[in-house]
Design a protein around this ligand. Structure first.
Ligand code: SF4
Ligand code: SF4
Length: 243
């Protein structure tokens, strides 16, 4: 998921300089996990902005599981708030930049609502684990090599992002020379390949990645999911778990 932290309030306030009527919009995906776009975060932001003279004309709270970056779901909430969005001087997105830009594009192109819009959060890239502690696992290189590295990504776990390691600086205790707090990623890769009987892969030279394949923005096309079917599946799963 997309790790994120809220920007300092002073920075948010400065970006809203000269704007009076504000719409806040959250996200029921990653921003809820990181408490940067859940209903409580929205209420807290509204309170602070109101104390600083802003008028919050709508708080668009997305329930858990409704990602603002996934327009088939989030656009329903945008349509429900068309009047307030049209009247707003600015829209403050309590989501990552991905969700913010998806909403911006929908408002511009589908609803003809062209407003100043920005994210209250700083996105920090993919992170995994949880529920409280998260760590970067993948940087979305577009050419996954986990099959050759024992399921450990050297691009994100090695401080130097080496495709062929170790660098020679691993400490006698197995720590990283750049960050002595963490284990050397390439030593971890070696040990894991040894455990799964694939040490031959360790000596294989991995060619430089063709980053030219990763031009921006990346674009993907898929067969759209059947949203209602997926929601029914979720309901059935939750019921089977006694939730
Ligand atoms: S090699 Fe690393 S960065 Fe690339 S896709 Fe795999 S996990 Fe992600
Ligand atoms: S010590 Fe290990 S993790 Fe640190 S930079 Fe060198 S190879 Fe990468």
């Amino acid at each position: 998921m997309m790790g994120q932290k809220q920007k300092p309030f002073e920075e948010i306030l400065e970006k809203l300089n000269g704007k009076k009527k504000i719409v806040l919009m959250g996200c029921g995906g990653c921003a809820t996990i990181f408490r940067t776009g859940d209903p409580v975060a929205i209420d807290n932001m509204a309170e602070k902005l109101e104390k600083n003279g802003k008028e919050i004309i709508a708080k668009i709270k997305l329930p858990f599981g409704v990602f603002c970056c996934y327009l088939p779901m989030s656009s329903q909430f945008l349509k429900m708030h068309e009047k307030e969005l049209s009247e707003a001087d600015a829209i403050l997105m309590m989501s990552c930049g991905d969700g913010t830009q998806a909403v911006r594009a929908y408002l511009d192109e589908e609803m003809s609502i062209v407003k100043p819009i920005f994210s209250a959060n700083n996105a920090l890239g993919f992170v995994g684990e949880g529920p409280a502690n998260f760590i970067e696992k993948c940087m979305g290189c577009g050419d996954c090599i986990l099959a050759d590295t024992g399921g450990i990504c050297p691009l994100t776990q090695c401080s130097k992002g080496l495709l062929n390691g170790p660098c020679g600086g691993t400490t006698p205790e197995g720590k990283c020379e750049v960050d002595p707090e963490k284990d050397c990623a390439w030593l971890q890769i070696y040990r894991r390949l040894e455990k799964i009987g694939e040490l031959d892969k360790f000596l294989k030279i991995r060619e430089p990645k063709d980053w030219g394949q990763a031009t921006r923005p990346r674009r993907l096309s898929v067969e759209p999911i059947d949203l209602m079917e997926k929601l029914k599946e979720l309901k059935a799963t939750l019921e089977s778990m006694g939730v």
